[in-house]
Write a protein that binds this ligand. Structure first.
Ligand code: FES
Length: 155
């Protein structure tokens, strides 16, 4: 199942959520892995998945909502904008990420979200798109990255 799916038939959604819950059925601390898998499958954690997650983990719906709203990675609504995670941790700050972030504060074609250390501190500022890390970013390299991301999203 694609992580960018926008409209999934309810039966397909229910079946995929049931499959993900079954994969993690006997796992300690299954909440975050379940949420990550559902987010990867649908691009968000659908509101309709929350009762099933709560039931599987013997939690209240409010507890599941609380975890989803606590972590920036999780969304209950599909977000059509591609996400670029820009490292805002100390080494990237020392290498100019704040100026880079400020230069793109008005960018509306992508969502620029913070992430805190990608483990490549000596080659920052760094960003992550999906699983790919992009290093040594300056204004022109980041602009090119934004353009490429927008074009790939539209394709
Ligand atoms: S501080 Fe940015 S990669 Fe470590």
């Amino acid at each position: 199942m694609s992580g960018t799916a926008t409209k999934v038939p309810p039966a397909e959604l229910d079946a995929e959520i049931a499959r993900i819950l079954a994969v993690h059925a006997d796992r300690e601390g299954a909440m975050l892995p379940i949420l990550h898998d559902i987010q990867a499958a649908f691009g968000h954690v659908p509101e309709t998945a929350i009762p099933a997650i709560a039931h599987a983990l013997n939690l209240s719906r409010a507890e599941v909502h609380g975890v989803i709203s606590f972590y920036h990675d999780f969304h209950v609504e599909h977000d059509p904008l591609p996400v670029i995670r820009l490292c805002r941790a100390e080494s990237c700050q020392a290498r100019g990420v704040e100026a880079l972030a400020a230069a793109f504060a008005g960018e509306t074609r992508v969502r620029i979200e913070p992430i805190y250390c990608l483990g490549l501190c000596t080659v920052g500022p760094n960003a992550m798109i999906g699983d790919a890390v992009h290093a040594r970013l300056d204004t022109s390299r980041f602009a090119a990255l934004v353009e490429r991301t927008v074009v790939e999203q539209a394709a």
